[in-house]
Design a protein around this ligand. Structure first.
Ligand code: PLP
Length: 465
């Protein structure tokens, strides 16, 4: 059997495209969450790798027969779980081109177009989000990586840029302030940066948005300083994962400035909505932050993966992360941005191409229309569920995310109910914990969802209760 060559890409590329078109045409008929038991897929896979190459035909057949039944369909219009990872036809085409070239875009000279497009597209997004021109963008792999880069910068800035060299032993503990509404990526950044979970200080929250109490924040920082600890930074969230919690960033920014602390804003999901000027009150004050992250794949179709990270001081970021061994020096081509110096991993995919295709194909207006529709439909659905005596609303919509509970069921009953919903397959919802009790989340941000898809949630939960 002959090995595949690039000439075969024509056949298999066409086959993959035809498969993809069929998949997207029929995805509504698939159960949203995979309906397999643990081990079902593994049981069909050989335990050892093949010694000899196999025919592409056989591999493709197995992909359809073995792999596809074990997939949860994140592009399903009735995916209302977690947050979405939206793909679009233009971003898929771009991803295909990226894979075909498989360029490693770590330095300007390793693909000048990748660097220059990244700079330009991120500046488009900065403008689109209404951020001032003092922000500079970089695409990180994920929001977790962006937050890690921000936490490392906080650490180095506080230690006078000596932490990378000297390590943390012997230092006074660094302190980072946040709330209990932030994503676990913040905890993990703290672990990886060597700061330690016990130095991640949870400031109490209050109000409908579960916002950080900035008086308590200021007091905590001053108390720590007086005790000889080293306050290093504040991490706020706009659109927390559980119920969409939002800090009042402008108030937090006042404390950050007064205390001379680095401020990072995690707006991984909600940042997308800031494309709409009328929604920007939700993150007012973010323009005063040192670092902001949002994930275009979580709502506007930016195609997983790739997180947009804006920083006020690239100098601080690169002072924290850049390293210049001889094999990475760019003699004669210096003075350009080398984005690998802005991120933890050295290797970089050409992710800007996806955003360029996306933004040009839909225009900002096409993306904003979706966000506005999703928010309106989520609000309509929430009112419908609120009016139904069988359910109670636990948290009101923040953008297009709210949570509810079936009246009269205990936590175990709510979890059983979620499982019944997801085994049914027409919709996909996930649970969270609100003030110590289970609630069921609904988030509407799937790119192809319709009002009818969203309204079906009420029919399905009513039928399966
Ligand atoms: N921040 C928030 C608010 C999130 O909801 C998530 C994931 O859902 C993350 C950060 C982590 O995102 P990533 O998977 O890009 O690291």
């Amino acid at each position: 059997m002959s090995e595949p060559t690039w000439d075969d890409l024509e056949t298999w590329g066409k086959r993959a495209v035809t498969w993809g078109v069929g998949y997207h045409r029929s995805k509504r008929d698939l159960p949203v969450r995979a309906q397999v038991a643990p081990g079902d897929i593994a049981a069909q896979l050989p335990k050892a790798p093949p010694e000899n190459g196999e025919a592409m035909e056989a591999i493709f057949d197995d992909f359809e027969k073995i792999i596809m039944p074990g997939m949860t369909h994140w592009q399903h219009p009735r995916f209302f779980a977690y947050f979405c990872t939206n793909a679009t036809p233009p971003s898929v085409v771009a991803d295909y081109l990226i894979a075909t070239m498989s360029a490693q875009c770590m330095l300007w000279q390793t693909s000048p177009a990748a660097t220059e497009l990244e700079t330009r597209v991120l500046d488009w997004l900065r403008q689109a989000l209404g951020l001032p021109d003092g922000f500079h963008g970089v695409i990180q792999g994920t929001a977790s990586e962006a937050t890690l880069a921000a936490v490392l910068t906080m650490r180095e800035r506080t230690l006078g840029w000596a932490g990378n060299e000297a390590g943390l032993p012997g230092q006074h503990p660094l302190r980072i302030y946040t709330t209990d509404q932030v994503h676990t990526s913040i905890d993990r950044a703290i672990w990886i940066a060597g700061i330690g979970q016990e130095n991640l200080i949870r400031i109490p929250t209050s109000g409908p948005l579960k916002s950080m109490d900035t008086v308590a924040l200021n007091t905590a920082i001053e108390t720590d300083r007086a005790a000889g600890l080293l306050p290093a930074g504040i991490i706020t969230c706009v659109g927390g994962t559980s119920t969409g919690a939002c800090d009042i960033v402008s108030d937090v920014a006042v404390v950050a400035k007064r205390q001379n602390l680095f401020l990072h804003v995690d707006a991984a999901w909600a940042g997308n909505a800031m494309l709409c000027p009328e929604l920007r009150d939700l993150w007012a004050g973010s323009e005063l932050a040192d670092s902001i992250v949002f994930n275009p794949y979580k709502w506007i179709g930016g195609q997983f993966d790739g997180s947009v990270h804006f920083v006020r001081s690239p100098e601080d970021l690169t002072r924290t992360l850049a390293y210049h061994p001889e094999y990475l020096k760019t003699h004669g081509a210096d003075g350009f941005i080398n984005y690998s110096e802005w991120s933890v991993p050295l290797g970089r995919r050409f992710r800007a191409l996806k955003l360029w295709f996306l933004i040009r194909a839909y225009g900002l207006d096409g993306l904003r229309n979706r966000i506005r529709n999703h928010i309106a439909w989520a609000e309509t659905l929430c009112e419908k569920i609120r009016a139904d005596y069988r359910f109670e609303i636990v948290t009101d919509p923040i953008l297009s995310l709210f949570s509810f509970r079936a009246t009269g069921l205990d936590d175990a009953g709510q979890l059983d109910f979620v499982e019944r919903i997801n085994s049914d397959g027409r919709i996909y919802l996930t649970q969270t914990n609100v003030d110590g009790k289970i609630a069921i989340r609904v988030q509407v941000s799937q790119f192809d969802t319709t009002k009818a898809d969203v309204m079906l949630i009420h029919d399905v939960i009513g039928e399966l209760l």
